[in-house]
Design a protein around this ligand. Structure first.
Ligand code: AMP
Length: 186
């Protein structure tokens, strides 16, 4: 099963992807996590990415496309994966489509978690207090939401046109949302 989880920052993509990955024994491929690890380890890629991440902007397409290209060829991704936080631009989505075609693979479902902006800001500020993520401050949160609306939201229409979009209502308890996702994938 090859899935992608889309949704604005704070929609709960990462948490839900983790649960569904465990249930299906497939890896969760989060470009945000991979980038945060690179920043922490002070790698060349981390140095290139940190400025954009701290400003709530997107890291250049070629960097994240390279990450995903390498990661989906790892042996544990053979039977499927969830892409969490990638693609985030039409260019990334086109590159992913070509990459998969070249590997004789295709995406089964693009899941979109739908959550209104005011709820997202509330959740992200709560997460900031709990986890202390460097990009969970109010001005950066506002920027991340703007980046999402400008550059990533058009992907909803993109995958709708490809006929693989499953919209999920992202309001409710964690368990309720997991249940909606399970039903959409059944
Ligand atoms: P996330 O953990 O998915 O919210 O990602 C955290 C940050 O990493 C984002 O605000 C971006 O700066 C960067 N990032 C993660 N995934 C991507 C992507 N697919 N394209 C560009 N930047 C990304």
């Amino acid at each position: 099963m090859k899935l992608l989880f889309m949704g604005p920052p704070g929609a709960g993509k990462g948490t839900q992807a983790e649960i569904i990955c465990k249930e299906h024994s497939i890896p969760q491929i989060s470009t945000g996590e991979i980038l945060r690890a690179a920043v922490k380890n002070g790698t060349e890629m981390g140095k290139k990415a940190s400025e954009a991440m701290n400003a709530g902007q997107l890291v250049p397409d070629e960097v994240v496309i390279g990450i995903v290209r390498d990661r989906i060829q790892e042996p544990d991704a053979k039977n499927g994966y969830i892409l969490d936080g990638f693609p985030r631009t039409i260019e990334q989505a086109d590159a992913l489509g070509k990459m998969l075609e070249g590997m004789g693979q295709k995406l089964d479902v693009a899941l979109n978690l739908d959550v209104p902006d005011d709820e997202l800001v509330k959740r992200l500020l709560e997460r900031a207090q709990k986890d202390g993520r460097a990009d969970d401050t109010e001005p950066v949160i506002k920027n991340r939401l703007k980046t999402y609306n400008d550059q990533t939201a058009p992907l909803i229409d993109y995958y709708q046109k490809k006929g693989i979009l499953k919209p999920i209502d992202g309001l409710g308890s964690m368990a309720e949302i997991t249940d909606r996702i399970r039903k959409a994938l059944a």
